[in-house]
Design a protein around this ligand. Structure first.
Ligand code: HEM
Length: 231
């Protein structure tokens, strides 16, 4: 039933994969920005509080990003479930495009690493964006610093002193690493940006970016938990 030349975005398997790739890469862009912002925590209380205050002053940027991310995450999750169910029904068919990539632990477990990331983001939003205190979200420290700015530093540092919270973040970062090690290169391949010369380059880019996310994000709970950044 597939039109040969036309790619129907949500009904064709190729179209679906393209939407997965584009929404995935948009979310990766957010993660890059978020990592760069979070690294200001290494500049101490003033560093991250100044950054967070500035960011929240840029309301159109914040809200524009939130809307694009919300649409991306819904499309990405719904299509992930559809594609996974289809694949499990029609095992031998698979996608021609994924054939040239070696099946690895990461590529075979995309739905599971994705599910862990989804659960993590829900937990993370409830904790640091909606700032629900207590229970598994720990008792949040919600105060202001000497300059009357919201004290993101105190909130984050206090939360990561709790072993369960720090461990949850580290586990989630490992899932993110596995997801993106396959996801980034697969996205470029799906979008037709691959040829025998470029494909290894996308693979390298995916590996370097995923490793940077693992080390960069992962360092924050670890360093705080061991008291190397403290209030
Ligand atoms: C050590 C790792 C991380 C730390 C310390 C951290 C910290 C924070 C903080 C403090 C906020 C609230 C910002 C504010 O309202 O001022 C936030 C929001 C958020 N974080 Fe993270 N984050 C981390 C990792 C991640 C990862 C890996 C993802 C995605 C995979 C993520 C996704 C988000 C999202 C979607 C928001 C909501 C942004 C908004 O619309 O306000 N975070 N994060």
């Amino acid at each position: 039933m597939k039109g040969k030349g036309s790619m129907r975005l949500f009904s064709d398997s190729v179209g679906r994969k393209a939407v997965m790739a584009i929404t995935g890469l948009l979310m990766v862009l957010f993660v890059v920005g978020h990592l760069l912002g979070n690294l200001t925590i290494f500049a101490g209380q003033n560093g991250i509080n100044a950054y967070a205050t500035k960011l929240h002053e840029l309301a159109p940027l914040v809200w524009g990003t939130r809307i694009v991310m919300a649409v991306s995450v819904v499309l990405h999750v719904v299509l992930a479930v559809v594609i996974t169910l289809e694949n499990s029904r029609a095992k031998p068919v698979k996608y021609a495009v994924s054939r040239s990539l070696k099946a690895t632990f990461a590529s075979k477990n995309m739905i599971w690493t994705g599910a862990v990331i989804g659960l993590f983001v829900a937990y993370h939003l409830i904790q640091f964006t909606f700032r629900l205190s207590g229970g598994i979200f720990t008792d949040l420290v919600l105060g202001e610093d000497a300059l009357k700015r919201f004290d993101v530093f105190a909130m984050v540092v206090n939360a990561f002193r709790t072993p369960g919270v720090a461990a949850t973040y580290v586990v989630a970062m490992v899932a993110l690493f596995l997801h993106l090690v396959h996801g980034i290169q697969s996205s470029f391949q799906t979008l037709g940006l691959s040829n025998p010369k470029l494909m290894p380059r996308w693979g390298q880019l995916g590996n370097v970016a995923s490793a940077a996310f693992l080390v960069g994000f992962g360092a924050i709970p670890v360093v705080i938990f061991f008291g190397l950044i403290a209030r």
